[in-house]
Design a protein around this ligand. Sequence first.
Ligand code: GAR
Length: 212
Amino acid sequence: MGRVPAPARLVVLVSGSGTNLQALLDACQDPAYGARVVAVGADRDDIEGLARADRAGVPTFVKRVQDFSTREHWDRAMAETVAAFEPDLVVLAGFMKLVGQEFHDRFGGRVVNTHPALSPSFPGMRGPADALEYGVKITGCTLFVVDDGVDTGPIVAQRAVEVADDDTVESLHERIKGAERGMLVETVGRMAREGYTVEGRAVRFGGAGSSR
Ligand code: GAR
């Protein structure tokens, strides 16, 4: 009988409601998914994302920027804590902080972030609002490998979402989040099961020299 490969170890970082995290937790219930969430971290207390991890029996940790003397110290503490869980992949799922140099040095190429816009349009914290203000008819979501820019890293997956005439920022963001959860679950699963390579801006699944 062949050896069954161990599921990929995911550490997920959140800052809010954690519906994307929940989608991953649900997907990981199936052993065939090929990944499991080994820890959930946050930059703030008392958020639904942490409660979701608690309910799933997944260990959590919180590192608040204001509890550290410098941003670099926060970044180092975050990186060390994440490293202790030996992740194959770090998933930023609604994590509202930019990670720093230490984090890039330790996990470069193994950190993905989900963003509620179609990159390279509308980077930053206001993706849905900026898309609505601009008047685009199609926006969406992007999963990318984190680099040291703001939502600029190599793109792993995207989903398009139509903008409705009567959309508010909230209604548009909710529709995007629906697409985002499907994108995240499908793509992280493929990264875990097939491996992936990053060459320049090209991200490909499978293949020799895989990052996993
Ligand atoms: C998601 O739409 C995610 O793309 C966005 O926050 C939301 C989190 O939702 N992240 C960013 O805007 C990061 N710049 P969730 O907490 O319900 O998963």
